[in-house]
Design a protein around this ligand. Sequence first.
Ligand code: FAD
Length: 467
Amino acid sequence: MQNKKRVAIIGGGMTGLAAAYKLEQAKVHQDITYDLFEQSDRLGGKIETIVRDGFVIERGPDSFLARKQSMSRLAKEVGLEDELLSNDTGQAYILKEDTLYPMPSGAVMGIPTELKPFATTNLFSPLGKLRALGDFFIPPVVGRDEDISLGHFFRKRLGNEVVDDLIEPLLSGIYAGNLDKLSLKATFPQFQQLEAKHGSLIKGLQATRGSQTQAKDANGKKKGMFLTFRRGLQSFVEAIEAKLDTGSIHKGVSITSIQKVADAYRVTFDTGKVETYNQVIITTPPHITAGLLRSYDFFSYFKEMQASTVATVALGFEQSAVSNPYEGTGFVVSKKSSFDITACTWTHKKWRHSTPSGHALLRSYVGRAGDSAIVYQSDEEIVAAVMKDLKTIMDISGEPLFYEVTRWKKSMPQYEVGHTFKIAKMREDVARHLPGIHIAGAGLDGVGLPDCIDQGERAAERILHSI
Ligand code: FAD
């Protein structure tokens, strides 16, 4: 026991859980022990599900991209494969001014791949459409090793209209960020590669899409791109937790600093207690990680890194109270519109398991990069603002049966231009000066849940290879 290598994992979100699961599996055949420290009284971090009166309500993330397979693979490992569900597909919309426009079919992250739906949509002006065709002729905007903002890249290739009315609202749903600051290289390097290879995003996407076959379900219906769990994402967290040694999981424990002492690390708790570990995996959000490692001067990027503040607002209704003339799964909001909501999912249509029959569940987002004042208002004020916005496009009678407002402050890390270079430099410094420290999580190599799993597992694997 004395010779076992001790590993601390700081943070019990998706990244920390994936790392813990990997180490738990390795314990059988490697001389290793681990302790996971989570400041709150529950695991899951940004994953949190409420199950009430037959509704399954996600406070944070609601699903994950099916094509990123690490999450489905881990679900299988922890015995939850049969609980996986894919979303119902349907028309998605863009809300611009007071009108909902169907998303032109074939658009990939807002980039057209089919010209007819793009030519016939009323979402863009004729001039806007013409400008987007410039993509066929404009020489490459970005060099292979260069980084520029998503805004700069897409505006140059496709023009402002397509960016403001389609690309920006779609990408905001993922990053809640400012397109004119977000890094192309860190968020969508594949578009940079398409430009380099095909000289045009439209041509590049047409070529790559042509080689992919669209997955269909048993009835021949197009399969959704997302997956979730029948009893919510929290059930995945619980299934992983059930596989971990309870003696290794410490909830309600906050870490305040980490310092190198000889060839080990001193981990200090908010109670003043100190423990020594051989290696440490840190999965806390960037500004917190920078604080834990404040004795070292190479975390300035993490210290300064921006993170957006948003809130999710779930509203439950009797089905009869909501009259929605639109068939589909939801909409995103063009930045040009003066709404508080930035997106809304008709959850009862996209995820049928989430809502008991005879009811409707609408989940909206408020708050965006540089404009999150609404998140700081009271629940009642936020719900009133959301209801006002929703009523511009749907008939809603009476009040919701219930609402759940969840604030996520500084929760969406912003990968601004230069992110990948700055992270690479930080990693070099850590490897040189703090070997045995492994930094992982949504602040580094991808915000999606599968990306977080990959990062947690990679950190654990590095440790297992090093001992
Ligand atoms: P976190 O989940 O933030 O976990 C970090 C943990 O560290 C937390 O539990 C925290 O309490 C703990 N901690 C902090 N400080 C300390 C300390 N000092 N000591 C000990 N513990 C500490 N991704 C998707 O793939 N699909 C989606 O649909 C989706 N939707 C999203 C919606 C919202 C509203 C948000 C905010 C994010 C969404 N994401 C989505 C992104 C995804 O949820 C996150 O990127 C991911 O959950 C982050 O996991 P993590 O483990 O890196 O960090």
